[in-house]
Design a protein around this ligand. Structure first.
Ligand code: NAD
Length: 280
């Protein structure tokens, strides 16, 4: 049986209290750079989002993870809690307003505020040509990939104000060099670059920074269609100057840095983690 917190019902158990208990009982007094800060990470039960959630928690933050399916939330939250990290999980389909509201309420109720938002949730139905894409698919991709980070941020904003918060959106190198088979996905990821700069501009007076992680090919389920194909993988390795595709952990440290006080004067930037491509 998984702990209640992993099912999204915390009851008496306060995940944020857990870390302080652990720290005092083990005598560890070295606080992480993100200690006592609270991070909400969408699409974080696997892949890049999971690696980011883990890293933020390792660096001291209380982290609320989320994705669409309860069983995935349970599994991921339980795994990180076993590692002694202060993590709670809740189901949130980012395209659903009521799910976003519940995510916000959960973070507030159990962690008392919100400092960081990392938007990893993304969809990528392989749709082929942009002009051949149905309106339904257009709506789905733009809703989840572009609109939902902005809508979620507007729901979180009242609580992030006065906390010198930071937001990280997640685009893709497809924003810079679109792939034929990705159609509208390319468009959505390019829109995120513009969203980053626009939000950075709008939120700078509130001391909230907005930056964008731009991953190259990272080994996750999402990109299996690329790295699962031996000949394509060989091509990618030769094409990438570092001779390898990335791991989710390659994307994690930069997000922790962007949340940290060390990045206090960095906003509106799109930062590629892509192993160097001469086309970037
Ligand atoms: N893997 C890559 O090569 C790569 C490259 C560039 C950009 N990205 C981007 O990175 C992000 C994470 O992808 P990943 O590679 O870690 O994939 P992944 O499939 O491992 O993780 C995606 C996560 O998002 C969740 N998710 C999907 N739709 C959701 C929704 N509507 N609401 C909430 N959660 C949802 C999934 O459940 C999963 O937890 C995506 O935005 C993707 O576009 C990935």
């Amino acid at each position: 049986m998984l702990p209640a917190v992993a099912r999204g019902h915390w009851g008496w158990f306060h995940p944020c209290a857990r870390l302080s208990v652990r720290m005092s009982s083990t005598g560890i007094d070295r606080k992480g750079i993100l200690a006592e800060r609270v991070a909400v990470v969408t699409g974080s039960t696997s892949g890049i989002g999971f690696a980011i959630a883990r890293r933020l928690a390792q660096d001291g933050a209380h982290v609320v993870i989320s994705s669409r399916k309860q069983q995935n939330v349970d599994r991921a939250a339980a795994q990180l809690q076993r590692e002694g990290l202060s993590v709670a999980g809740i189901v949130c389909h980012v395209g659903k307003a009521e799910d976003r509201e519940r995510l916000v309420a959960t973070a507030l109720e159990h962690c008392g505020g919100i400092d960081f938002l990392v938007c990893c949730a993304g969809v990528n139905p392989l749709v082929g040509s942009t002009l051949g894409t149905s309106e339904q698919i257009w709506d789905k991709i733009l809703n989840v990939n572009v609109k939902s980070p902005a809508l979620l941020l507007s729901q979180l904003l009242p609580y992030m104000e006065k906390r010198k918060g930071a937001v990280t959106l997640v685009s893709s190198v497809a924003a810079y060099f679109p792939r034929m088979e990705l159609g509208v996905y390319n468009v959505s990821k390019t829109a995120l670059l513009a969203l980053t700069r626009t939000l950075a501009l709008e939120l700078a007076p509130k001391d909230i920074r907005v930056n964008c992680l731009v991953p190259g090919v990272i080994k996750t389920d999402f990109s299996k269609v690329l790295h699962g194909n031996e000949s394509l993988l060989k091509y990618l390795r030769e094409y990438l100057q570092m001779q390898r595709i990335g791991e989710p952990e390659d994307c994690a440290g930069i997000v922790s840095f962007l949340c940290s006080p060390d990045a206090s004067y960095i906003t509106g930037e799109n930062i590629a983690v892509a192993g160097f491509s001469s086309r970037l």
